[in-house]
Design a binder for this molecule. Structure first.
Ligand SMILES: C[S@@+](CC[C@H](N)C(=O)[O-])C[C@H]1O[C@@H](n2cnc3c(N)ncnc32)[C@H](O)[C@@H]1O
Length: 245
């Protein structure tokens, strides 16, 4: 019997590194870059920010990274991130060559693992971005394994009041769904009122944002020890669009 075809490992960095090494041409998942124009224009028009910073997560080799420049005054307002250094270096070089080395005309590029908050805040300033663009990146992230997080988790939705509480808490690890963890991490680098615009295969992606948030401890963590993403993001209007209060 022939061996079963294995489903691609969309949640594995090795898969993406290998794919971007062998497929070097630009490729857009789900839609052409222009398809997001109406929601991007609406989001940028609804926020009170004269020079909004856009965080394009899991940019891959999408042409959207360049198209986003049409929505801002300065190319540097667009920050493209992906955990595959292969694609970040290739796309940064492609842009630099097309702009004849004019750095000011180029967007920013960083290799960032969205499931590792130290990686994210190593490249992205806290509370900086007004709009997050996610074209099928949540789909890939949803395929990743749960992430083992040590408690007390270093990221909380409120300032911890004293270090005393931290030594009282039992040290342990819990598995956290990758998309929930990314939602918590994205709240670190977005401004209050920012929009997370997500185009996904399925409207079921964000069911973890439904319902009432769990009761929180004084440091903002829920009973799991990880901030409840429902305290940070609210789904609005279209199921593909989320809103940061
Ligand atoms: C389905 S592709 C979408 C690419 C691009 N946004 C598009 O529309 O064509 C998913 C992308 O997410 C990236 N990705 C997956 N997990 C990631 C993670 N933990 N941190 C950063 N990027 C990730 C992959 O490298 C890949 O480029």
């Amino acid at each position: 019997m022939p061996p079963k075809a294995k489903a691609p490992s969309f949640g594995s960095q090795d898969y993406w590194d290998q794919r971007f090494t062998t497929n070097t041409a630009p490729f857009d998942w789900l839609s052409a870059p222009e398809a997001l124009d109406p929601v991007i224009t609406e989001a940028l028009g609804s926020i009170d920010d004269a020079a909004p910073e856009i965080l394009h997560i899991g940019c891959g080799s999408s042409l959207l990274s360049q198209h986003l420049k049409t929505h801002v005054r300065r190319a540097q307002q667009v920050h493209n991130v992906d955990y595959s250094r292969v694609v970040i270096e290739a796309e940064e070089l492609r842009e630099m060559m097309s702009m004849n080395g004019n750095v000011v005309a180029c967007t920013r590029w960083s290799a960032v693992d969205l499931l590792d908050y130290t990686s994210l805040i190593g490249a992205c300033d806290l509370s900086k971005y007004s709009v997050v663009i996610d074209k099928s990146t949540s789909d890939a992230i949803s395929c990743a394994e749960d992430v083992l997080c040590s408690l007390p988790y270093a990221v909380s939705s409120k300032q911890r009041e004293s270090t005393d509480r931290m030594v009282e808490v039992e040290l342990k690890e819990i598995p956290v769904h990758p998309l929930e963890l990314m939602a918590v991490h994205l709240a670190l680098v977005t401004k209050p009122g920012a929009r997370w615009l997500s185009l996904s295969y399925t409207s079921e992606r964000y069911t973890f944002l439904e319902g009432e948030p769990t009761k929180t401890e004084e440091d903002g963590t829920g009973n799991t020890g990880i901030p409840d993403p429902r305290l940070l993001w609210t789904v609005v209007e279209d199921p593909h669009t989320t809103f940061h209060p």
